[in-house]
Design a protein around this ligand. Sequence first.
Ligand code: ADP
Ligand code: MG
Length: 247
Amino acid sequence: MASAISIRDLHVSYHGNEAVKGVSLSVEAGNLVGIIGPNGAGKSTFLKAILNLIPKDKGEVKIYGHTIKEVRKKIAYVPQRNDIDWDFPITVLDAVLIGTYPHLGLFRRPKKEEKKWAFECLERVGMQEFSKRQIGELSGGQQQRVFLARALAQKADLFFLDEPFVGVDASSEETIVNILKELCSQGKTVVVVHHDLSKANDYFNRLILLNKELISYGAVNEVFQPEMIEKAYKGQFAFMKEIGVSM
Ligand code: ADP
Ligand code: MG
């Protein structure tokens, strides 16, 4: 059977500056994958290019052997906080209802059934009491829960989340992690760009260590070598030297 995600020789650049260089890897279904790397390492770019939201210079991405276009409905994406317009006037319930749209026919508005499902998704993230609130009036953790509820409402098979724990309280973080783990245990595939390295060990079972190029990818204990990681975040050059990547 084809891998959940298969990436071959992915290159992305902005105005001639390469942000992602020649990344190839495959992710099998049911994994909870963390993407780690310093600021500006191309983590968000990598996700966006996989999802076809920005153009690639080169490379191929297959989802269960299909192009993104063919399976877009099955993929949920929660962008980085600062890519979302939080002042956009929309209630919590409506934000989650958007997740049900891929399953609605043309010109069909969400009905009772979709509303009920959206509400169930809100319950799952513990936000049912806030359904009528504007999303701009929520805390960071609450906003992130709502976006996860929207992703759940989509009934996706693959979930991509970009830094979902930034600006989020500990209890929301725990709720989100538990739901992501549950999704994986149901055979879904979850890819998360993550910053707080201390938790990488507990949260993920695969890690992608990225710094424009793919530095390392594999089981967490293979990739997560404390000395390596520490150096990665202290000084990029020392880190790259340490692990034998020439620059
Ligand atoms: P990360 O998510 O790892 O912090 P990004 O993918 O956001 O990194 O950015 C990778 C590099 O590409 C950075 O040097 C960043 O400045 C640059 N970059 C990101 N988005 C754009 C853009 N829209 N236009 C030009 N350069 C960009
Ligand atoms: Mg980013």
